[in-house]
Design a protein around this ligand. Structure first.
Ligand code: GRF
Length: 210
């Protein structure tokens, strides 16, 4: 069984979608830790209510950034974490963690990267920008994390149509439904060691049942 750490700053719906799939056994892993900069967010509430260990990681708790980063590395090591899943995590991942967990940190982004990604594109801002651009499609991207926002190697993208009467809210809901479907599938594939690299690009290997 793999051990997952979720990093989340907000309501945590993607975290909950992944958690539910670990409980049913669809994802052969357990969520061993939830890390957040925000002690009062929905993700932390859910973790506490479900007896999942939490780690609050912010400047109030650790004014010294170096100590903060070392503490995070230590708790990930102690919790024997195999995979980190960013699920609405609003902070940059410290470099020591990005290096140590190379190709073991996943992020989900609610657009078709590289479009509408990077600094400033978060939450509703992504969907508002998509609507403003008159794009005819949007979607979700799951990628490995590197040292830039929304930048690392893309594992999968799934699309949704944007129709003329879609508001940013409507689009956000459509994309979120897709996120809750796609992210657990990618986490499952990682835990089953089915994410492989071909020509330096990650892809999900599908095992056909006979
Ligand atoms: C999602 O739209 C995700 O793609 C983005 O942040 C949002 C988090 O939502 N990275 P939730 O907290 O998982 O509900």
């Amino acid at each position: 069984m793999k051990k997952i750490a979720i990093f989340a700053s907000g309501r945590g719906s993607n975290f909950i979608a992944i958690y539910k799939k670990t409980i049913t056994g669809y994802i052969p892993a357990e969520i061993s830790l939830v890390v957040s900069n925000n002690p009062t967010c929905g993700a932390i509430d859910f973790a506490r209510n479900n007896a999942i260990p939490t780690f609050i990681f912010n400047k109030t708790k650790y004014p010294d950034t170096n100590i903060q980063n070392v503490m995070l590395a230590q708790i990930l090591l102690k919790s024997e974490i195999d995979l980190i899943c960013l699920a609405g995590y609003m902070k940059m991942i410290p470099e020591n963690i990005v290096v140590k967990y190379k190709n073991r940190i996943l992020n989900i982004h609610p657009s078709l990267l590289p479009d509408f990604g990077g600094k400033g594109f978060y939450g509703m801002k992504v969907h508002e920008a998509v609507i403003q651009s008159n794009a005819i499609e949007s979607g979700v991207t799951v990628h490995f994390v590197d040292d830039k926002y929304d930048h690392g190697p893309i594992i999968i993208q799934e699309k949704v149509k944007v129709t003329a009467d879609d508001t940013a809210n409507v689009l956000a809901n459509k994309v979120l439904i897709l996120e809750h479907y796609v992210y657990p599938k990618v986490v499952k594939a990682f835990c089953e060691e089915r994410i492989i690299f071909e020509n330096n690009k990650p892809k999900i290997e599908v095992i056909l049942e006979n």
